[in-house]
Design a protein around this ligand. Structure first.
Ligand SMILES: [Zn+2]
Length: 59
């Protein structure tokens, strides 16, 4: 499960891996995860080992 925040729904939610649309390697250790929320909105979340902000974490 991934913790993601949807701007359009204005809330945080746990999304299963099946909601991942794409993964983009932006740089070494930085990954942009493209997901869709339960309403179908596209959410882009930064993740990876080299960034400090909270990102999606496998549960
Ligand atoms: Zn949404």
């Amino acid at each position: 499960m991934f913790l993601a925040y949807c701007d359009e729904c204005d809330r945080q939610m746990l999304l299963p891996a099946s909601h991942i649309r794409a993964l983009h390697n932006l740089a070494r250790g930085v990954i942009a995860v493209e997901m869709t929320c339960y309403e179908g909105h596209v959410i882009l979340v930064l993740s990876g080992s080299d960034i400090d902000i909270p990102g999606p974490a496998p549960v």
